[in-house]
Write a protein that binds this ligand. Structure first.
Ligand SMILES: [Zn+2]
Length: 307
């Protein structure tokens, strides 16, 4: 079965300023690299549809969705938080990003695709139930996980968040929902300055120091995440796929390389094979150095696609 690749041209029009690291060039870099690596033609391409309000309401408060809609500017940009703003295209981009994550679940659950990568922006894992933050507006991976539970009747899913920042929004949304296991590795202490002491039975937080490189990362993942994932027996797995822990990405101070992202992908594919009929949906989060982002996403997708 193919790997689905889901994106939408509207996601290129969300622009928070030419200085902003979360830029449309990120999607261009991924697209370029998939072509250069001759991966593009091996993927099943789908346009991300608009999300339905009912799908957002599974993880966001109605008042928050109303607030985002009301904040959409006719021109210029409007700030939602110190790092996150909207231009006239942002609302549509955010709807497509969340809708892309939903359709990824539908494609994989219906076996039209073996697994899926959602290359949309804005990213999502910092967005809480009622707050935009850290470049994120709607929590795309949370919308997808909730869709797998509510629309497809799954009982247990897991989200593996390997972005260099803690997936605080995802934790906020699923704090009281033991059906969703969140496994988040992140640089600590670091933005968003939480997650080090909020673990629970189904929230597996793995703070790691600045300077963490592949061997230490893999050791922590093997010791602290893999046993918990296996015990949870997730019926579908999600990646919050952030590549800002790459050693060439100066957003943070991890020293991961493409081979580490391949390794993480393989570990989770193993869990998916054992418990989840190989079902994986991977949703783009961070990654701001354009060259290493493109190479890392290509390596991740190549692994997912078994190419
Ligand atoms: Zn990040």
């Amino acid at each position: 079965m193919h790997t689905a690749y889901i994106t939408h041209p509207e996601c290129l029009k969300h622009n928070m300023g030419d200085w902003h690291p979360e830029s449309p060039l990120r999607l261009r870099a991924i697209d370029d690299r998939l072509h250069a690596a001759h991966l593009f033609d091996y993927l099943a391409h789908h346009e991300a549809p608009l999300v339905h309000r009912s799908q957002l309401l599974r993880v966001h408060d109605a008042a928050y969705i109303d607030f985002v809609e009301a904040s959409s500017p006719y021109d210029g940009t409007r700030a939602l938080d110190p790092d996150t703003s909207m231009n006239p295209h942002t609302l549509d981009a955010a709807y497509h990003a969340a809708g892309g994550a939903v359709v990824a679940v539908d494609l994989v659950m219906s076996k039209w695709a073996g697994n899926a990568f959602v290359a949309c922006r804005p990213p999502g894992h910092h967005a809480t139930r009622n707050q935009a933050m850290g470049f994120c507006i709607f929590n795309n991976v949370a919308v997808a996980a909730a869709h797998a539970l509510e629309a497809h009747g799954l009982e247990r899913v897991a989200i593996v968040d390997f972005d260099v920042h803690h997936g605080n929004g995802t934790e906020d949304i699923f704090r009281d929902d033991a059906r969703v296991m969140l496994c988040s590795t992140f640089q600590h202490p670091f933005y968003p300055h939480c997650g080090a002491d909020t673990a629970s039975e189904h929230i597996v937080n793995v703070p790691l120091p600045a300077g963490t490189t592949g061997p230490a990362y893999r050791e922590a993942f093997t010791q602290r995440i893999m046993p918990r994932l296996e015990a949870h027996r997730p019926q579908m797995l999600f990646f919050s796929a952030g590549f800002d822990g790459h050693r060439e990405d100066d957003m943070a101070q991890f020293g991961l390389v493409e081979a580490d992202y391949v390794w993480i992908t393989e570990q989770v594919m193993g869990v998916a094979a054992r418990h989840a009929e190989e079902r994986i949906v991977s949703v783009l989060e961070g990654g701001y150095d354009l060259s290493s982002l493109g190479r890392s996403v290509a390596a991740h997708i190549k692994t997912l696609a078994d190419l």
